[in-house]
Design a protein around this ligand. Sequence first.
Ligand code: ATP
Length: 238
Amino acid sequence: MSALLEVEDLRVAYGKIEAVKGISFSVEAGQVVTLIGTNGAGKTTTLRTLSGLIKPLAGKIVFDGQPLNDVPAHKIVSMGLAHSPEGRRLFPRLTIAENLQLGAFLRKDSAGITQDMQKAYDLFPILGERRNQASGTLSGGEQQMLAMGRALMSRPKLLMLDEPSMGLSPIMMQKIMETITELKSQGTTILLVEQNAQAALSLADRGHVMEIGNIVLSGTGRELLHDESVRKAYLGED
Ligand code: ATP
C-alpha cells in the first residue's frame, strides 16, 4: 500500500534563498509523523508548500494518490489536507462557533457540520462553554485548541499542525499533546511540526530532524528520543 502523503526531493526557495533543499519523507494513514528542528530549519516552509501556499522549486508531492504540485490551496483542503498554521491565524472578533464554521467552508452537509462542531466541543469542552464569545478573549492555549478544532472541521484525511505548543505554559502544552494523542487513537493521521522535540517524539510514530533545509536524521519517535546527537542538540543534554 502506498503512503497517504509522499514527498520526494522537495525543494522550496524564497527568491535566491533555498529554505528546503531536497527533502523526502512519507506519512502512512493512521500515523503521527513529526518534523523537528531549530528555528529556520524549513519546517513551516514545508507545511506551507504542502498546503499549496508556496510553489515548490522542484520535487514531487503525492497526497492520497494525487500529485499536488499544481493544485491550488482551496482544492488541497477539499482533497482532505488541513493545516493549523503557526500563530493560529484565528479571526479574533468572530465567535468561537463562527471560527469553527469557517473551517467547514467547503462543506455543504449542514447536519454533518453540526455533528462535527459538537465533536470539537467534546474534545475541548472550554470551546463549547464559550462558543458565543469572541475568540480573541481566549487564552493562548485555548486559541490553539480552537485552531486545531477549526482544522478538524474540514474532516481531513491528514491534519498538519505547526508548532501547537508555541508560547504555552507547561500545563497547557501537556493538554495539547494529550489531545494529539487522543486524535491519534481515534485514527487521525497527523503531520506535526514542533520545536519541543521531547513532546513531539514521545507521541510520534516517526520523526525527521531538519537542519537548514535538509532532513539530517530519521527514525521512529523512540529511536530519535534515545539518539545521542538528538539528545544533545534538541533535548538540552550535554
Ligand atoms: P520556525 O520554527 O522559526 O518557523 P522553520 O523551521 O519553520 O522555523 P521556516 O520558517 O520554514 O523555518 O524558514 C526557513 C528559512 O526560510 C529561514 O531561513 C527563513 O528565514 C526563510 N524564510 C521563511 N519565510 C520566508 C519569506 N517569506 N521570505 C524569505 N525567506 C523566508
